[in-house]
Ligand binder design. Structure first.
Ligand SMILES: [Zn+2]
Length: 126
């Protein structure tokens, strides 16, 4: 098996706890883009135990605090691509924490709704 998240070098880890780790994304879409990853190789968030979910959310706070200290973002998107149809390319659960900066896109309204761009902007009435 050659799962990139099961073979992370320890130098990549920004933080960890009993059931999860977090890293900075190798191909960040914004400054501070981070990934929260369970230690167990499971593909779906819905396969995670309660303990794993709590561990991931604890590290989500930790990664957010680190991003604020380092980059002072103005907001965050938090997302999971759960399944290939939803865009998952590494088949081990990971939660994206994507810091956002005022003005980084022309109109940020809708945020994660833009995964389906034709339906994202409900407010235009189109
Ligand atoms: Zn894995």
């Amino acid at each position: 098996m050659s799962c990139v998240f099961c073979t992370l070098p320890s130098a990549r880890l920004a933080g960890h706890n009993d059931h999860a780790v977090w890293i900075r994304d190798g191909f960040p879409v914004s400054r501070g883009h981070s990934l929260l990853i369970p230690r167990r190789h499971i593909a779906s968030f819905f396969d995670a135990t309660t303990e794993e979910r709590c561990a991931l959310l604890t590290l989500l706070d930790e990664a957010r605090t680190a991003a604020i200290a380092e980059f002072n973002p103005d907001g965050f998107n938090i997302g999971i691509n759960d399944g290939p149809a939803a865009g998952q390319t590494v088949q081990q659960l990971h939660i994206h924490l994507i810091p956002r900066y005022a003005g980084d896109v022309y109109d940020p309204r809708g945020g994660v709704r833009w995964v389906l761009p034709e339906r994202a902007d409900y407010w235009t009435g189109a």
